[in-house]
Design a protein around this ligand. Structure first.
Ligand code: FES
Length: 87
């Protein structure tokens, strides 16, 4: 499990094993945008403000992945204990 901070309010949600970041975020932000939930539409792209995302989408280029400026939260994970997202 890891923590995701929603930067606009400072709220934190815990993402448990087998759960997507999107699902965890929806508990606090029911209006968060998503569509495919499989990492290929880009609807859920979210800016990453801190932490180390793990990219599992098929949208970002290698260069974009390396920059870690944004991620698809429907499939992406986290290699650090905490992610801060621009939500
Ligand atoms: Fe389609 Fe995340 S909902 S990429």
């Amino acid at each position: 499990a890891f923590e995701v901070e929603l930067a606009s309010t400072g709220e934190t949600v815990t993402v448990h094993e087998g759960q997507s970041i999107l699902d965890a975020v929806r508990e606090k932000r029911p209006d968060v945008l998503f569509s495919c939930e499989e990492g290929f539409c880009g609807t859920c792209e979210t800016k990453v403000l801190a932490g180390s995302p793990v990219h599992r989408d098929t949208i970002l280029s290698e260069r974009e992945r390396a920059r870690n400026a944004s991620m698809m939260i429907c499939v992406g994970g986290c290699a650090s204990a905490r992610l801060v997202l621009d939500l």
